[in-house]
Design a protein around this ligand. Structure first.
Ligand SMILES: NC(=O)c1ccc[n+]([C@@H]2O[C@H](COP(=O)([O-])OP(=O)(O)OC[C@H]3O[C@@H](n4cnc5c(N)ncnc54)[C@H](O)[C@@H]3O)[C@@H](O)[C@H]2O)c1
Length: 356
C-alpha cells in the first residue's frame, strides 16, 4: 500500500517511523514546510518524494492513503481533499477544530467509501489496555465515579505558535491533551454516552506570562504573542449510565513540576488508579479492593504499549481487510461535539446537555 504523511513535526515523525517499520506499506512521500528536517527524514527513511505543500503530496501517482499530522485547522481541508480523491485518511487528534468540521469529514468518508481513522495512541498504551482488561473482567464491579486528568505545570506549547490560537487549534489544553484523556476514559468505561457537561476554563497564568514549555525556551515571557485559548479546563460530565466523569487538563498551573496524566475509577467492587509521570512508557497501576473488611491495594504489572505503531497497524489492517465498518471517524467526531459543549458550557457558565 502506497502511503504519504503530511507534517514532519513530532506527530508526523511518529507516523513516518511507524509506516517505515512495516513491510506491507510503502511510504512514498512526505510533506512539510521545514525543508531541512523534511529532507533529512526523507533520506533517513528512504522516502522517494519530499514536497513542501500537502496539495503536491496528494498528486503523487498511485497514492492510496495519507496521514494528516499538521496544525488542527488544516485537518478538515486536507482530509476532505484526500477523501474526495479516494484516499484513506489517518488524521491526528483532535479530529478537527470543532464538531461541525468533524461531521463533514465523517460524511465525506462515508460517501467516498474510504477509511477515516483518528490517532488516539494513548488508549493503546499497555497500562491503559491492562486496566481495560481488569474492568472487563469485573474487578471493579460497576465503575460509577471517574476522574481523569492531564496536567502540566509549565507546558504551554510554544507561545505564539498555532497551538495557542483558537482559530488554528480549536482551543487550549482541553482540545489538545484533554481530548486524549476523554478518549481513554470513555474507552475504559465502555463508551457510555455523555449526556451533559459543566465546564470552567481559565487563562489567568498564560496571559500573565507564566507557563510556557521550558523546551520552547520562552518560560515566563509571553511578549505580544497571541494566547486566546484556555490554560486550564475542568469539566464535570454526566453519563447516561448514571456515572460521573471529571476531566481536568492544564498547560499551566502552580503544581509540582512535570507532566502527569492518569485516571482514578471507583466501582461497586473495587477502585483503580493509573498515574503516568513525564510520559513514562509504563505508568503506576494500582487496584483497591475490600477483602472481608480489610483494605487491599494491589500494584498491577503492566507492559509497554506500542502507541502510534498500534494505531498505524490498525489503519493498514483495516484498509486491507476491506471491512471498514466503524472506521469513519464518527467516534472522534463524537468527542469533538463533547469538547464543543464543554467550551459552550464554560462560556455560558451553565450545564450544557448533549442529549436534547
Ligand atoms: N497523538 C499525539 O500524541 C500527538 C502529539 C503531538 C501532536 N499531535 C497532533 O498532531 C498534529 C501536529 O502536531 P505537531 O506537534 O506535530 O505540530 P508541529 O507544529 O510540530 O508540526 C506541524 C507540521 O505541519 C506542517 N505543515 C503546516 N502547514 C502545512 C502545509 N500547508 N502543507 C504541508 N505541511 C504543513 C509543518 O510544516 C509541520 O511539519 C496536531 O493536530 C496535534 O494535535 C498528536
Amino acid at each position: 500500500m502506497k502511503v504519504g504523511v503530511v507534517g514532519v513535526g513530532w506527530a508526523g515523525q511518529q507516523h513516518i517511523k511507524a509506516y517505515s517499520a512495516r513491510e506491507d506499506v510503502d511510504l512514498v512521500g512526505i510533506a512539510g514546510l521545514e525543508e531541512d528536517s523534511r529532507e533529512q527524514l526523507a533520506a533517513e527513511f528512504g522516502v522517494a518524494h519530499s514536497v513542501a505543500r500537502w496539495e503536491d503530496l496528494l498528486e503523487l501517482d498511485g497514492l492510496e492513503a495519507i496521514s494528516v499530522a499538521v496544525p488542527t485547522f488544516l485537518h478538515a481541508p486536507i482530509a476532505l481533499a484526500a477523501l474526495e480523491r479516494g484516499l484513506h485518511v489517518l488524521c491526528e487528534k483532535p479530529i478537527a477544530l470543532n464538531g461541525d468540521e468533524a461531521q463533514r469529514m465523517v460524511a465525506a468518508a462515508r460517501s467516498a467509501g474510504r477509511v477515516l481513522d483518528v490517532a488516539f495512541n494513548h488508549r493503546r498504551r499497555g497500562d491503559v489496555q491492562k486496566l481495560r482488561g481488569l474492568i472487563e473482567d469485573g474487578r471493579l464491579g460497576r465503575p460509577y465515579y471517574t476522574k481523569a486528568w492531564w496536567l502540566r505545570r509549565t507546558g504551554i506549547p510554544t507561545l505564539g505558535s498555532w497551538f495557542t490560537q483558537s482559530s488554528l487549534a480549536g482551543g487550549g489544553p482541553l482540545v489538545d491533551i484533554g481530548v486524549h484523556v476523554l478518549d481513554y476514559a470513555l474507552f475504559l468505561l465502555g463508551h457510555p454516552e455523555v449526556v451533559a457537561v459543566s465546564a470552567s476554563t481559565y487563562d489567568l497564568l498564560a496571559t500573565a506570562g507564566f507557563g510556557s514549555s521550558p523546551a520552547s525556551n520562552k518560560t515566563g515571557a509571553t511578549g505580544d504573542k497571541t494566547f486566546d485559548v484556555e490554560d486550564l479546563a475542568s469539566v464535570f460530565m454526566r453519563l447516561a449510565d448514571g456515572g460521573t466523569l471529571l476531566v481536568e487538563a492544564s498547560w499551566a498551573a502552580h503544581r509540582r513540576d512535570g507532566d502527569e496524566f492518569g485516571i482514578t475509577l471507583y466501582g461497586t467492587d473495587g477502585g483503580a488508579e493509573l498515574i503516568v509521570d513525564d510520559y513514562a512508557p509504563k505508568g503506576a497501576l494500582r487496584v483497591f479492593t475490600d477483602d472481608d473488611g480489610a483494605a487491599v491495594a494491589t500494584t498491577v504489572p503492566v507492559k509497554t504499549g506500542r502507541g502510534h505503531r498500534a494505531v498505524i497497524e490498525q489503519f493498514a489492517q483495516t484498509i486491507r481487510s476491506g471491512d471498514w465498518r466503524g472506521h469513519d471517524g464518527s467516534g472522534a467526531a463524537a468527542l469533538a461535539r463533547i469538547v464543543d459543549a464543554c467550551y459552550r458550557s464554560a462560556a455560558e457558565q451553565r450545564e450544557v446537555r448533549l442529549d436534547s
